[in-house]
Design a protein around this ligand. Structure first.
Ligand SMILES: NC(=O)c1ccc[n+]([C@@H]2O[C@H](COP(=O)([O-])OP(=O)(O)OC[C@H]3O[C@@H](n4cnc5c(N)ncnc54)[C@H](OP(=O)(O)O)[C@@H]3O)[C@@H](O)[C@H]2O)c1
Length: 242
């Protein structure tokens, strides 16, 4: 069999926990993937190091001062550097990309994800908040463009692989697990006295701050139920999700 064609990835949020792990995968599977776009918000030195290693043609940062700072960290030739939300949308729709990997956090991923799906890019989505905000619209945009949105949130990625080739009618119930986070065995009194630092000390995973806090409060599991409902039950009832 001939080797699979090399896939190009544009990666939004490359300096975060998911972004760095995605680059580690690309580093190990370099013959199968190449990076054509990267973005960050505050960690510009890390972004500059990634640019030097992966040579993307397009990079997005939040504003003009971040662009100036990034330019100063890079030698020539430099990638094109775009700014703001429109820059992230441009990055998500990178014309050379086969896959748009959205590893930003919060609502900022919404417009770029919609734009990439609408353009027909295969979207690998970690940014669950965007799916929770407008999942039905996103899934519809992807269907219209003949592409797909693949969750890379771990539970959903596992479900996707288990359910490959199956539809809603084949599913009786889907069960999501949760590790419990730092307060799993805490008393209500201890939880009432907990500090942000206690909530950020996840016993198992080293993740970004927002998802770590959401794990400590179990809000993350709530988001995951919504995410599951959008992906597999087309926005219908959540009764079959435990
Ligand atoms: N971490 C995990 O193991 C994990 C597991 C499942 C799902 N997720 C989901 O994956 C997403 C990313 O999580 P994470 O833990 O990787 O987060 P993170 O470590 O905080 O990284 C977020 C990334 O997005 C960038 N970013 C943040 N705000 C931005 C903004 N307003 N504009 C542009 N870029 C911005 C950050 O840039 P700077 O760092 O340069 O500021 C960073 O590159 C979240 O939705 C999370 O729920 C994460």
């Amino acid at each position: 069999m001939p080797p699979a064609a090399r896939q190009s990835i544009t990666l939004l949020g490359s300096t975060g926990s998911i972004g760095v792990q995605a680059l580690e995968v690309v580093r190990r599977l370099g013959e199968r993937f190449r990076i054509v776009g990267l973005s960050a918000r505050r960690r510009l030195e890390e972004l500059a190091a990634q640019v030097r290693e992966f040579h993307p043609s397009l990079v997005a940062v939040p504003d003009e001062s971040a662009r100036t700072a990034l330019r100063a960290l890079l030698t020539f030739p430099q990638p094109e550097i775009v700014i703001g939300e429109s820059g992230l949308v441009e990055l998500a729709c990178h014309p050379e990309a086969d896959i748009t990997l959205v590893a930003t956090v919060g609502s900022v991923g919404l417009r770029p994800t919609m734009a990439a799906a609408g353009r027909g890019h295969r979207v690998a989505l970690a940014n669950k908040e965007a799916l929770v905000m407008a999942g039905r619209l996103m899934m519809a945009a992807a269907r219209r463009a003949g592409t797909e949105i693949l969750p890379i949130d771990s539970e959903h990625s596992a479900l996707l692989q288990c359910l490959c080739g199956h539809g809603e009618k084949d599913v009786r119930r889907l069960i999501l697990t949760a590790s419990g986070g730092p307060f799993r065995d805490a008393t209500p009194e201890a939880m009432a006295a907990a500090t942000p630092a206690d909530a950020l000390a996840h016993p198992t995973w080293d993740m970004g701050a927002k998802i770590t806090i959401d794990s400590a409060t179990l809000m993350n599991t709530g988001l995951e139920v919504i995410e599951t409902r959008i992906i597999w039950f087309w926005g219908g009832s959540a009764d079959r999700i435990e």
